[in-house]
Design a protein around this ligand. Structure first.
Ligand SMILES: NC(=O)c1ccc[n+]([C@@H]2O[C@H](COP(=O)([O-])OP(=O)(O)OC[C@H]3O[C@@H](n4cnc5c(N)ncnc54)[C@H](OP(=O)(O)O)[C@@H]3O)[C@@H](O)[C@H]2O)c1
Length: 315
């Protein structure tokens, strides 16, 4: 278990990504995945009010609705913590104060809960003065609807600005950062955000822990990318240097008798400042490989080999 920043959120070292719920996993499969995750000790799911408006036929809120239905059906309360996000739902775009308040109420209704454990600003809203957004999140914390605040996809300068406004105004301080960070996308986080994280004790929950599936090793050729709904997302990581990382992951996985994604997540979860990677499964069969990462400890040699190969990816 690891604590998110200076919060009281003590979480399992794998956070379950919720964007598959109601997208690539229907409600029955989603319940299976959630049941298995919880049975293995999982206690933290990351979702967003907008998931999965991007999927044909969906309008947003499907993931939260399934999560709420699952918690209600199983009689589960605070033992499964939920992080959700605001700014991208088609009906609640941006971070104007009245929108944040209304979006939070809509999320709570779908989640069938009276509180959100960690509420992320999904991305910056340059149209709204930041002090108004900071105050809106603070009001949610004061009302008890939100326990803690987190930031995702903000530039480092805007993270620093949010923190300064919070400190000056006595507002709730963000405890968590949710950046895009994995074995084939490192430079942005490590160079630009890591210093801020250390300075402000932010708990890091990296998203795309498996590079949208690329780090599972199932996209080895451009034809592979054409199959499946995530191929387009995974294609951003497709390169010779990226495939060299996959080859090394495969060798290390064989040596430990585990699967490729297990090794990728183990590497990520042991990087400085990381509380828990966020990774999703679209089928219950995919989950054990993700959970195994919490137990796999790589040798220094293996870690260094992966780190060094991944240095070449963005070089
Ligand atoms: N803050 C943000 O802006 C932001 C952005 C993106 C994501 N997120 C969060 O991060 C979470 C994780 O991101 P993600 O779900 O997009 O990508 P990911 O975790 O990097 O990749 C997960 C995908 O990899 C495949 N996979 C997983 N385990 C596998 C296995 N054992 N064998 C083979 N394939 C496997 C599945 O895709 P297939 O269905 O194709 O098999 C799965 O949906 C999301 O659910 C969401 O909560 C946040």
């Amino acid at each position: 278990m690891a604590t998110i920043g200076n919060s009281e959120l003590d979480i399992h070292p794998l956070a379950l990504g919720g964007n598959t719920l109601g997208w690539t996993a229907d409600e029955t499969s989603s319940f299976e995945i959630l049941d298995a995750f919880m049975a293995a000790g999982g206690n933290f799911v990351d979702t967003a009010d907008s998931y999965s408006a991007f999927a044909p036929g969906n309008s947003g809120g499907e993931s939260e609705t399934i999560l709420g239905n699952w918690k209600a059906a199983r009689g589960i309360g605070s033992e499964m913590m939920v992080a959700t996000k605001v700014a991208h739902h088609p009906d609640f775009r941006g971070l104007a104060p009245e929108n944040v308040a209304a979006a939070a109420d809509a999320s709570l209704k779908r989640l069938q809960s009276d509180h959100i454990d960690l509420y992320f600003a999904h991305s910056d809203d340059p149209e709204t003065p930041l002090d108004e957004t900071v105050a809106a999140f603070d009001a949610l914390v004061r009302s008890g609807k939100v326990r803690y605040v987190g930031l995702s996809n903000y530039s480092p300068a805007r993270v620093a600005e949010w923190l300064a406004i919070a400190d000056e105004g006595g507002y709730a301080r963000p405890v968590s950062l949710q950046p895009h960070y994995n074995l084939v996308h490192r430079a942005e986080y490590e160079q630009e955000y890591a210093p801020l994280v250390a300075e402000h004790d932010l708990g890091v929950l990296p998203y795309y822990g498996l590079a949208a599936g690329f780090l599972t090793g199932k996209y080895r050729t451009s034809e592979d990318l054409d199959a499946g709904v995530r191929g387009r997302m995974a294609s951003q990581y497709f390169s010779e240097a990226g495939l060299a990382v996959i080859d090394a992951l495969a060798e290390i996985a064989t040596a430990h008798a585990v699967e490729i994604p297990t090794v990728a997540l183990s590497w990520l979860s042991r990087r400085p400042g990381i509380v828990a990677p966020i990774a999703s499964a679209s089928r219950i069969e995919q989950l054990p490989a993700l959970l195994d990462s919490t137990r796999l400890v790589l040798t220094d040699l293996e870690t260094d080999r992966l780190t060094s190969l991944s240095n070449a990816v963005e070089a």
